[in-house]
Ligand binder design. Structure first.
Ligand code: GLU
Length: 473
């Protein structure tokens, strides 16, 4: 009997890279340089448990590409993360930043801990110790390498990161920009927490606005009315569901590790989260059908499937049974190359991770800019802009002799605050990048799908950075 071995995420990312690279005319050496992970720092440190036991914790930081600095990417806390996975995730960050024109190289960090079973005190200790190691090794800094949240970490951990970094670098003016995804009170930016989910829905909206692509798949134009299945109800899955619902879509199922729930009438993400907090499980959610095998929910009848949990969820095994017409990749690497092949054959529209889930790093970039400029977006110009808009309305009233109503004035005078600026910047970025990818696919039909077109764009942008340096003639 032959045992089927599943490819690693690193191998899968390289398959996608090679597929796109084969459509370029770049020299082999340049492609090899872009594909390879530049530096990996692997280390371990001892941590004392509250019960007195000493545990040796393994950790990594991989900087995949230095063609732009700083390098950027989250820190993952997971019991079964390994070096190969960190390198693959760092590579995805390089391509992701390039696709959405965020001027950073790609990186990723990881600590081999289970954040769900450790106490906050232990996690704080581990986080601070991890940052000490990164500082010692010059693997963190506003112009060097800037971490952010990833699976298993969030605002709380980023607050510990910035606090530790600042303590070790007293007086460094840009120190706040050493990490993103911080709480707003600790130098974070409004809109970062929900950015990946919001970006996903902007990506979906852009895809669904292409009448030709929708009609070709028997779908109506727009997000409104689409039936969505979401895998994961962490930060990304929760916000993707929320913004889908706010745009008129119906989230008909959530799939999480303990099982799934299905309600064709649509589920409210807040009510589901509250039920899970209270009972410890999504199962038994009132009015919904409980599905014991979580993976079965991915095969439910729906228009959009959003894998927003971990890698390798859509495989050659389950892809033929997946009914969704659109796959919107919220996680990094959720689709294996053999599943991708199935989707290509079926005509499923796969909106690839390196574009779809880039909202997080886009808003991280805005946070980094805010930290470097030491001023909140909108602070200087907001009142000035509102006053000039009001003056314009008055001039129109005088010219036409017709006064605006108070409601009109509220609608027309909309000088945005920080959140407004962040969300419009994110929307603009996601819309522009989608058009760029679609245009590449139009010009190079051999790419065949959005993922290959997105990889092509990324490779060409990184290649240009090297070629401009004159390194590769
Ligand atoms: N961890 C997130 C990602 O995979 C965000 C990275 C960042 O903001 O630097 O895209």
């Amino acid at each position: 009997m032959t045992v089927a071995t599943r490819n690693t995420l690193e191998e899968n990312v390289n398959v996608y890279f090679d597929r796109a690279a084969g459509l370029t005319t770049h020299p082999a050496g340049l492609l090899e340089q872009i594909r390879a992970c530049n530096t990996v720092c692997s280390f371990q440190f001892p941590v004392r448990h509250p019960d007195g036991r000493i545990e040796v914790v393994r950790a990594w930081r991989a900087e995949h590409s230095h063609h732009r600095l700083p390098t950027k990417g989250g820190i993952r806390y997971s019991a079964d993360v390994d070096e190969s996975e960190v390198k693959a995730l760092a590579a995805l960050m390089t391509y992701k930043c390039a696709v959405v024109d965020v001027p950073f190289g790609g990186a990723k960090g990881a600590v081999q801990v289970d954040p769900h079973t450790c106490s906050p005190e232990y996690l704080e200790h581990v986080t601070r110790r991890y940052v000490h190691e990164l500082v010692k090794k010059n693997f963190i800094g506003p112009g060097i390498d800037v971490p952010a949240p990833d699976a298993g970490t969030g605002e709380r951990e980023m607050a510990w990161v910035v606090d530790t970094y600042m303590a070790l670098n007293p007086g460094q003016l840009e120190a706040m920009a050493c990490v993103t995804g911080k709480p707003v009170s600790q130098g974070g930016i409004r809109g970062r927490k929900e950015a990946t989910g919001r970006g996903l829905v902007y990506a979906l909206a852009e895809a669904c606005s292409q009448a030709e692509d929708m009609h070709a798949r028997g779908l109506s134009v727009g997000v409104d009315g689409k039936r969505v299945v979401v895998q994961g109800i962490g930060n990304v899955g929760y916000h993707a569901a929320k913004f889908c619902r706010e745009r008129g879509a119906r989230v008909v199922a959530f799939a999480v590790p303990e099982g799934a729930i299905w309600d064709p009438q649509g589920l409210d993400e807040d009510a589901v989260v509250e039920h899970r907090r209270r009972t410890g499980s999504v199962l038994g959610f009132p009015g919904a059908t409980s599905i014991l095998r979580s993976a079965d929910a991915l095969e439910l009848d729906c228009d959009v499937l959003v894998p927003a949990a971990l890698e390798n969820q859509l495989t050659g095994d389950n892809a033929p049974r997946i009914k969704a017409t659109i796959v919107l990749e919220g996680a990094n690497g959720p689709t294996t190359p053999d599943a991708d092949e199935v989707f290509r054959t079926k005509g499923t529209l796969v909106i690839p991770d390196i574009y779809a889930n880039a909202g997080g790093v886009v808003v991280s970039y805005f946070e980094w800019l805010k930290n470097l400029s030491h001023v909140r977006f909108g602070r200087l110009a907001r009142r000035h802009q509102a006053a000039s808009e009001r003056r314009l309305l008055t001039a129109v009233e005088q010219a036409t002799g017709k006064p605006f109503t108070a409601a009109d004035r509220v609608t027309f005078v909309q000088a945005p605050d920080e959140l407004g600026i962040v969300t419009s910047g994110l929307e603009e970025t996601m819309a522009t990048a989608y058009q760029e990818i679609r245009e590449t696919l139009r010009q190079q039909p051999a790419a065949q799908d959005l993922r290959t077109a997105a990889f092509l764009n990324a490779i060409n942008k990184v290649a240009r950075a090297y070629l401009e340096l004159g390194i590769f003639p």
